[in-house]
Design a protein around this ligand. Structure first.
Ligand SMILES: Cc1cc2nc3c(=O)[nH]c(=O)nc-3n(C[C@H](O)[C@H](O)[C@H](O)COP(=O)(O)OP(=O)(O)OC[C@H]3O[C@@H](n4cnc5c(N)ncnc54)[C@H](O)[C@@H]3O)c2cc1C
Length: 475
């Protein structure tokens, strides 16, 4: 059955529209080699019609489909689980920007367009595009929407969900839903696009999107600071918000150890401060009035140092210095996320609970294994920390039990603080079982019913996010 379907797919897609054998390799492994999968074929459709035809053929033959964008996702969502016949639908060839509309403050792009290309197109018409994070040179529109991506601008503009005006989606039976609207207001019933935003490819394949643009804020200036007392970080955040008001666009926390590490591994980076600190912050103000931004940063600098919130700080004085600070920030996750055996959380809590979360999580880990390494970085302004823990020891039943206990206790802490273990990377494959503890029975039932309604056969991204009612096991 699969052989006939694959032959049909190859015919439909044409020679440049698919990959097989060794050519599929880059599509079968996630960043840092964490997840590996198998597929019968990687489809590379060039149009919505080809996506629809691909999905129709798969639906007819019961072949599973894993949509894939830039494959920068960190939860294994774009990698096939490998337990049933499956193809990957890569959107990479559908990478065109279809229109840029400065009057409506909107941009329309195919799902395979790379985020950086939207930033460039927006800048050309004196607008800005909000979705921005370290992987912006590879992550694609469809993937960013399907994970409800966050990044460094959420504080000012909100996550991907807040940027989407309209979507075109190929449904699991191959029909095309044209919801490609530019409307800012529409109260005509359910706003269905929101089901696909953060849908992780379980309800259909996004093929096009209309996204918001914002007035360009050409002035971006940042302050890099050595935190004097992590217990008072919220005071610094509130101060930055009070002084910066709407100009505050990012408030990021980094461990000093990882800053030093990034400076070692990337020789082109300039060291921002001589002072060593356990924790560092990067605070950015953005706007149109350079003098005003400069004044606000000077005020923040003075108040933070005089108030004992920072032990040292520097404000960028040129574009080169500004770019250096953000290049440094972009390098923080790389060495940190996947060195050896790591336990990871992409946690969000109400902002005022971020320090209690950080300190209590550290205490839990120290209690269970004092020698385990603990690190956290992230978007403090969104209440979101990426936490990594490296337990020490040889793999074996005792080590696995320790890891499970660390996960259990830190997850329980997050939930006790009214938080989520999936702040911006999604559930994917890695969090399928753990997230069950976060959801009420009613919530799980609604999610499963939505999935079954769109995809009764259960062919869309099986094993990811939430169990299809027809599946066995948590995924
Ligand atoms: C260095 C680095 C830094 C990062 N920083 C951040 C950060 O700050 N904030 C953040 O949110 N993320 C971050 N990420 C994670 C990642 O970039 C995002 O999750 C991104 O949104 C994934 O986009 P992608 O195109 O690579 O999607 P993929 O990884 O290809 O796919 C992700 C999920 O979306 C689904 N999908 C992809 N395309 C479609 C489509 N067209 N239709 C339906 N479903 C689809 C896939 O099936 C999968 O479930 C980072 C990653 C790296 C490597």
């Amino acid at each position: 059955m699969s052989t006939a379907a694959i032959a049909e797919l190859k015919r439909e897609l044409g020679p440049s529209g698919f990959l097989v054998g060794g050519d599929m390799a880059p599509h079968l492994v996630s960043p840092f080699g964490v997840h590996r999968g198998k597929a019968l074929l990687v489809a590379r459709p060039g149009s919505t019609e080809q996506v629809a035809q691909t999905v129709r053929i798969c639906a007819e033959h019961g072949i599973a489909i894993v949509p894939q964008g830039g494959n920068t996702g960190l939860c294994g969502g774009a990698i096939p689980k490998g337990d049933r016949p499956c193809i990957i639908v890569s959107l990479a060839r559908m990478n065109r920007i279809l229109s840029v509309d400065p009057e409506c403050y909107a941009i329309t792009a195919e799902a395979g367009a790379i985020l950086q290309s939207l930033h460039d197109a927006a800048e050309q018409v004196d607008r800005s595009f909000a979705m921005n994070w370290g992987a912006r040179g590879s992550a694609m529109v469809g993937g960013a929407i399907s994970t409800n991506g966050g990044g460094i601008n959420v504080l000012k503009f909100g996550p991907a969900r807040d940027q989407v005006l309209g979507l075109e989606v190929v449904l699991p039976d191959g029909r095309v839903w044209d919801g490609l609207r530019v409307l800012r207001k529409d109260t005509a019933g359910f706003d269905l696009k929101h089901l696909f935003i953060g849908g992780e490819g379980t309800l259909g394949v996004i093929t096009k999107a209309v996204l918001k643009l914002h007035p360009r804020q050409p002035v971006n200036q940042s302050m890099f600071g050595a935190v004097a007392d992590i217990g008072r970080l919220m005071e610094l955040f509130v101060l930055a918000r009070d002084i910066g008001a709407d100009a505050l666009s990012a408030f990021e926390l980094m461990p000093g150890r990882n800053v030093r590490r990034a400076l070692e591994v990337v020789p082109s980076l300039a060291r921002p401060l001589e002072t060593d600190a356990e924790w560092c912050v990067l605070i950015r103000l953005s706007g149109r009035d350079a003098e005003q931004i400069e004044e606000m940063l000077a005020q923040l600098y003075q108040a933070a140092l005089e108030g004992g919130l920072l032990s040292d700080a520097v404000v960028s004085q040129s574009l080169t210095q500004e770019e250096n600070l953000w290049h440094l920030r972009d390098e923080i996750p790389g060495p940190m996320l996947y060195e050896g055996m790591t336990l990871k959380w992409d946690a969000s809590v109400p902002i005022d609970r971020i320090i209690p979360f950080l300190q209590q999580a550290q205490a839990i880990v120290a209690d269970l294994q004092p020698e385990a390494r603990f690190d956290a970085f992230g978007h403090v302004g969104d209440g979101n920390l990426h936490v990594s823990v490296w337990p020490q020891g040889e793999t074996g039943p005792a080590f696995e039990a320790l890891c499970a206990e660390i996960y259990r206790r830190v997850d329980a802490l997050i939930w006790s603080l009214d938080g989520s273990i999936c702040a911006e990377h999604g559930i994917g494959l890695v969090n399928v079982a753990r997230v069950l503890g976060q959801k009420s029975a009613i919530e799980l039932e609604m999610m499963r019913k939505v999935r079954a309604l769109f995809d009764p056969q259960g062919i869309m991204n099986p094993g990811k996010m939430i169990a299809h009612p027809g599946a066995s096991g948590p995924g």
